[in-house]
Write a protein that binds this ligand. Structure first.
Ligand code: UDX
Ligand code: UDX
Length: 500
């Protein structure tokens, strides 16, 4: 199963610049990499590979021309992905051995190794809607590889995929341009190499990974990829498994991490009811080395492109294999997360005397976590949506998120910017929002400030100054445990902190 797939091509050309990665015995050395998908995963991952492997030419391709143009922007502050340290890495390698291009077929044709790093969102319609992954882009990419590849090509699944997707990719690769007499052979090996980087710390995670996981059946292909990572990752951290274990490990890792967050968020609600402090509980349980201290920070619920999608994928898989109880178990992690997000917005409304209609609320932070401009599945989307639904006027400040992205997430354009508070508490009940470049502007005339992302700067806010701008009695809702509670209270503001 899953050994090298051989296809004979009618148009294959010799690629003199390619490495020795032709089928056959001997060590396979990768010289040219193509990555399909210049997103949050593909961009930073390829930048670090190029940085650490100066002998490998890396080309990242994407269908989105605007995105590729942004990756090629001379101003490194305008890269399409914000990650601490990414600009420096791209600055070092771009034009040397790191290239961003829309010439997809040419990049595939000259590559020894093609990474698939395109998005795999949850299906919104048809069979498995709401749970299964939508593989249409992965499938389209596999077809493009099948068309354009030459010689031997190692295809690496980087996108998070349902278990046994490699089989689909193999089937597509094997079906294209079938053998015809006398033509040079094209061959493919498929590997799974899930990405474990977390956004906001992507560069550090890539440069010093806990582990690199390579799943596959073709030893030469596995060693070729291990050779790439081996240029900077210690050998004992490079794990080799079969394809399906690798694919399942990624889903399982994300499910376990998300489960910890739902667990601590559940306990946070109990802490609020019983006057325990969730931080103290987290510290006490985290000191047990069997539990460990990481990923025990209570918050407004997890966001990000992976956790919910991957758990729903796991749930779908379990149902498919008639493991109903297992599916229900994992699904409850997502159910609790959704509940937690709504719980925050309900609490804000309750504290503000049962209504936020016509009230201005400053929202501090919209990204799903600090140090990223990514808002996918951000708890802010649901929480802001609830508050708008209740008639609030939101003044949203995030240091990195583009207001156009907020508009897309809230499915509502922002109100024309006005220096004064939106309709100044006229009580009109118009659900509007504006983006504010500073926390001060967001808090101007606000009845409450709700902290939704743990940006460092929110720990250092001048609450005395902000309080002067707010309408009293005014509240601060800290869902991330980052604000200086003493300063908030000294400024005469009422403070609500999640889990306390
Ligand atoms: C990644 C993973 O690939 C995904 O499986 C994981 O679960 C989340 O993280 P990410 O890099 O975050 O995805 O996605 P995104 O930032 O949306 O980037 C994907 C890119 O692929 C986009 O720029 C899109 O334009 C591009 N793309 C998509 C193609 O170039 N070709 C396609 O056929 C489809
Ligand atoms: C996650 C995995 O960590 C990573 O290994 C995988 O490759 C992709 O998915 P990411 O979503 O980028 O990474 O960020 P992560 O740091 O895991 O945070 C996810 C969400 O959980 C964020 O909304 C974050 O705020 C939240 N979180 C995290 C908590 O609420 N509490 C915690 O203790 C940790």
């Amino acid at each position: 199963m899953c050994q090298q797939i051989t296809v004979t091509t009618t148009t294959a050309m010799d690629q003199p610049e390619r490495g020795e990665s032709q089928a056959g015995p001997g060590r396979v050395q990768v010289r040219r990499i193509c990555c399909m998908g210049a997103g949050y995963v593909g961009g930073p991952t390829m930048a670090v590979i190029a940085d650490r492997c100066p002998d490998i030419q890396v080309t990242v391709v994407d269908l989105n021309t605007a995105r590729i143009a942004a990756w090629n922007d001379a101003d490194l502050a305008r890269l399409p992905v914000y990650e601490p340290g990414l600009d420096a890495v791209v600055g070092r390698c771009r034009g040397r051995n790191l290239h961003f291009s829309t010439e997809v077929e040419a990049a595939i044709a000259s590559a020894d190794m093609v990474f698939l790093s395109v998005n795999t969102p949850t299906k919104t319609r048809g069979i498995g809607a709401g749970q299964a992954s939508d593989l249409r882009w992965v499938e389209a990419c596999a077809r493009q590889v099948a068309q354009a590849a030459t010689g031997h090509t190692i295809v690496v699944e980087k996108s998070t995929l349902p278990v046994r997707t490699a089989e689909t990719i193999q089937t597509i690769l094997a079906a294209q341009r079938p053998a015809s007499d006398g033509q040079p052979q094209r061959t493919f090996s498929v590997l799974s190499n899930p990405e474990f980087l977390a956004e906001g710390t992507a560069i550090a995670d890539l440069e010093a990974p806990d582990r690199v996981l390579i799943g596959g059946e073709d030893p030469q292909a596995i060693e070729a990829l291990a050779g790439v990572y081996g240029q900077w990752v210690a050998p004992e951290r490079i794990l080799r498994t079969n394809l399906w274990s690798s694919e399942l490990s990624k889903l399982t890792a994300n499910a376990f991490l998300a489960q910890r967050i739902s667990s601590i968020n559940a306990i946070a609600a109990l802490c609020e009811a019983t006057q325990a402090d969730v931080r103290e509980v987290a510290r006490a349980i985290g000191a047990d080395s069997r539990i460990g201290s990481k990923f025990l920070t209570a918050g407004p619920g997890f966001g990000g492109s992976c956790f919910q999608k991957d758990i729903l994928n796991l749930v779908y898989l379990c149902r498919h294999f008639a493991l109903g109880e297992v599916a229900d178990y994992w699904e409850s992690v997502v159910t609790l997360n959704t509940w937690q997000q709504h719980r925050v917005s309900r609490l804000v409304v309750q504290q503000l005397f049962g209504t936020v209609t016509g009230k201005r609320i400053a929202v501090l932070g919209f990204a799903f976590k600090a140090n990223t401009n990514d808002t996918r599945e951000s708890p802010a989307i649901r929480i802001c949506g609830d508050l708008l639904e209740d008639g609030a006027q939101l003044a949203i400040h995030d240091p990195k998120v583009d207001p156009q992205q907020i508009a897309a997430d809230l499915r509502q354009p922002q109100a024309p910017a006005s220096p004064a508070p939106v309709s100044a508490h006229a009580g009109g009940g118009e659900r509007t929002w504006i983006a504010c470049p500073t926390p001060e502007q967001a808090c101007h005339g606000a009845d409450a400030a709700v902290v939704l992302t743990e940006w460092d700067q929110f720990a250092r806010l001048d609450w005395a100054g902000l309080a002067e701008r707010m309408r009293h009695p005014a509240w601060v809702f800290d869902t991330r445990g980052v604000v200086d509670g003493a300063a908030v209270q000294a400024a005469g503001l009422r403070l609500w902190r999640l889990g306390r």
